[in-house]
Design a protein around this ligand. Sequence first.
Ligand SMILES: [Zn+2]
Length: 236
Amino acid sequence: MLSFDDGPLPGYTDRVLDVLRSTTNEAGAPLRAGFFTLADNPQGLFRQRRVFAPYELWTRKGSMARHPALTRRIVEEGHWLGNHGGEHFWPRWPRFRDDAGIIETLGEWESVADAVVPAWRNQPLKLARAPYLVRTGAWCRAVSACGYRDVVGLTTGDAVPRADRHGVERHLLDRLARHQQREAADARPVILIFHDIRAITATHLGDWLVALGEAGHPLHDFDPRKLSPTGDEPAG
Ligand SMILES: [Zn+2]
């Protein structure tokens, strides 16, 4: 199952949506994915440095507030919309060390999502994914208090610096092979984490999906209910 973080961003998210529209699931219908979006991207370097992780490299991120039509397209084409925080906050900054700070940023995301695409509420589950996949105690308590299902998955390497098409492909197939060895008796699908703000992903997603198929990994419609009700895979 495929998921995409940090969008929506024009020039990237739309190309990812185009690839998904021309990719079929096992029933022959367009493949559905999960998009863990941001309410807005902090504007200006000073503000970004106060929100993002100290090591953050990709300061150009998505925004539902700035790109409402693209956000609506995600939902209208049958994909899931998940909460990746109001902004892409670093959970270790003081303001996010307690539950209230996290609940506030989850609420900021909901306000923008409600204004832009209220139909997101029709989803059978409210989904959240921690920015940087850093699941602090405060994060876990806050998502649970707000009625979210916390969704992790396997990173694909598309966000590492100087990622290239073949490096990501090798990383992806290697991670899946190791996962299968470890969980040999577990036939449930796994969630892969891509980033729909990265040029490499917009350009090569289609190639990677072909490689997955050739390696014997079928694509499933994104649906976290196919996973166990408590934690799924270890994050990262
Ligand atoms: Zn992210």
